[in-house]
Design a protein around this ligand. Structure first.
Ligand SMILES: [Zn+2]
Length: 75
């Protein structure tokens, strides 16, 4: 399997959404130490991290927000 195809499925791999067959192919390829894929995998990991992070925004409760604002004004 070439790198080109793998680049499209890194995110799915990291999210655990790949079929076992594809998952094994990705792991086998990366374990061979392909520097191109290691780099892309790192980028994909960051993308997935931000995706998860923005999908579940931490909204402070109004009371908490007021507390924070008060604390910020004191400084
Ligand atoms: Zn590769």
């Amino acid at each position: 399997m070439g790198c080109q195809h793998l680049e499209e499925i890194y995110e799915l791999y990291l999210l655990g959404a790949l079929a076992p067959d594809d998952r094994a192919k990705v792991e086998e390829h990366v374990e061979r130490g392909c520097p191109n894929c290691l780099e892309h995998l790192r980028e994909a990991a960051l993308a997935v991290y931000f995706l998860c992070f923005t999908e579940r925004p931490v909204r402070p409760r109004p009371q908490r927000k007021a507390q924070l604002l008060r604390r910020l004004r004191k400084k």
